[in-house]
Design a protein around this ligand. Structure first.
Ligand code: GUN
Ligand code: FE
Length: 486
């Protein structure tokens, strides 16, 4: 159905979910228009200088449409582990918390993973996946790139749930076949079996959504240490064997221990990125999560191959992995989006990831690694991300990371209506008077406090710093309403 004229100012095609145009006669708020033009935020009429899309609702003072968030890196089966880290770093955390939880998504009646029936997923696993899709939609995530587990039925179940809930998604069956690294209870039985299992999830997803309108498969070697060279090469070939080539996702340079392990396991490769490059896994449709500790040569290689970076600041801080130098990545021409990396990340919210990206960028100048990278030049503050830039990474940046920059992440005419309606200030709607900034103000106070005299820029800033899922009133994917706040 087309977006209701009374609810909004955007006309969306009922056939393909794309934006046909705007009804600006109902959007005559001069302060909103001047906010858009003074900050280069897209008003939907032009691509010139666009950063982020914002379209004002005509319903209420403090509502606006914002492009749906794009989570470029999230592990669906790790949801039950949110908040569980111990005090360990990445490699111990994987063994202690992550692998046992992921292993529980396997089917007892099909231990060899031969069947493709999603119903072979343990009931608890199905409940987790259903909750993941509901919760991420409620946080405004209209598109997610998911790691599932090694199990074919459970991976197919995740795809089926995204499809039925109407969330745009890339679904990856995780590949891990290195017996020296992976636990015996959670490992592909052989390289061959892993590749075949991956193919069967691809076939299932292609049958579910033959045009790839909402759901697409993504080739998912977990990370170099968990994979043999043969499986990395096999996966590179598998991705290239489709037209267009399949998307690929993996992890890179997340922690220093992990990098040392990669050098030990792949002595013939000059770097972590080179391991993937030798296996033809660095393509224009490759999403590399983290990239916290990439060398200059690796950054150049990744840029030249057109591969993309998923910045996961909540995870990097929670696991103590490090501070990714996002400004350097952007200045060198890499494409960057945001990922929650649940459950290395503790939150399913991309708004939280945007906030954490801002925080990490403000701390970067105190990192000795960053100081070395920049030749110990005194910081001029340019490494700090603005609210607008962080929200750009959450939307248009993420769209570029999943190779859909022309379709999602903004509100240009012709783009797909993947959107959220954000409501500020009136949740839970207590009215207060107080003196702030020298004047007495009164207004609605909620989880994002507004006192009535904010400019639109201030409203957006307050939303990024203190908003959450309570502010997400409605969510649309492909022009279809997929979530309404309870
Ligand atoms: N590296 C390999 N596997 C994982 C994972 O599950 N989470 C994170 N954050 N890093 C990884
Ligand atoms: Fe991850």
């Amino acid at each position: 159905p087309e977006l209701d004229r009374n609810q909004g100012v955007v006309w969306v095609s009922s056939t393909d979910g794309r934006i046909k145009g705007y009804d600006w006669t109902v959007n005559d708020d001069a302060s909103f228009q001047s906010f858009l033009s003074s900050h280069g935020w897209n008003d939907g009429t032009s691509r010139q200088g666009t950063k982020v899309g914002v379209v004002k609702s005509n319903d209420a003072r403090n509502e606006f449409f914002f492009p749906g968030f794009i989570d470029t890196h999230i592990h669906a089966p790790q949801f039950p582990n949110i908040g569980l880290f111990g005090s360990s770093g990445l490699l111990d955390w994987l063994n202690e918390y992550t692998y046992p939880t992921e292993a529980s998504f396997g089917s007892k009646s099909d231990p060899k993973n031969q069947q493709t029936d999603p119903k072979k997923t343990p009931p608890a696993g199905l409940r987790v996946y259903d909750e993941v899709v509901n919760r991420t939609l409620a946080h405004g995530t209209t598109c997610a790139s998911y790691f599932a587990t090694i199990h074919v039925p459970a991976t197919n179940a995740l795809a089926a749930l995204c499809h039925s809930h109407g969330q745009r998604a890339f679904i990856g069956r995780v590949c891990m076949d290195n017996k020296d690294i992976c636990p015996s209870y959670y490992i592909d039985q052989s390289t061959e079996q892993g590749l075949n299992a991956t193919k069967s999830t691809i076939d299932y997803i292609h049958t579910l959504d033959p045009n790839g309108t909402l759901i697409n498969p993504i080739i998912t070697p977990r990370f170099a240490p968990s994979c043999s060279n043969a499986s990395l090469e096999g996966l590179g070939k598998l991705a290239a064997s489709y037209t267009p080539p399949l998307h690929i996702q993996t992890h890179i340079a997340e922690t220093l221990d992990e990098i040392a392990l990669v050098h030990q396991l792949f002595p013939e490769s000059s770097s972590y990125a080179d391991v993937y490059d030798k296996a033809h896994l660095l393509t224009q449709r490759t999403i590399l999560a983290h990239g916290v500790h990439l060398s200059k040569d690796e950054r150049t290689l990744i840029r030249d191959r057109g591969s993309k970076i998923s910045h996961c600041p909540s995870s990097n801080s929670a696991l103590g992995s490090g501070l990714a130098p996002v400004r350097i990545l952007l200045d060198e021409g890499l494409t960057v989006g945001l990922g929650t990396d649940v459950s290395g990340g503790y939150s399913p919210s991309i708004l939280e990831a945007a906030r954490q990206a801002c925080l990490v960028s403000r701390l970067l100048q105190y990192s000795s690694e960053y100081q070395t990278m920049t030749g110990n030049a005194p910081s001029n503050g340019s490494e700090k991300l603005s609210v607008e830039e962080s929200l750009y990474l959450a939307t248009r940046g993420g769209a570029a990371v999943v190779d859909m920059a022309d379709d999602i992440g903004g509100f240009d005419k012709g783009m797909i209506w993947d959107a959220q309606l954000i409501e500020l200030g009136s949740v839970p709607n207590n009215t207060v008077s107080l003196v702030a900034r020298g004047t007495t103000m009164s207004g609605a106070v909620g989880n994002v406090d507004l006192f009535g005299d904010e400019t639109w820029q201030e409203k957006i800033q307050k939303w990024m710093w203190s908003g959450d899922d309570r502010n997400v009133k409605n969510v649309w994917v492909q022009g279809k309403l997929v979530h309404t706040r309870g």
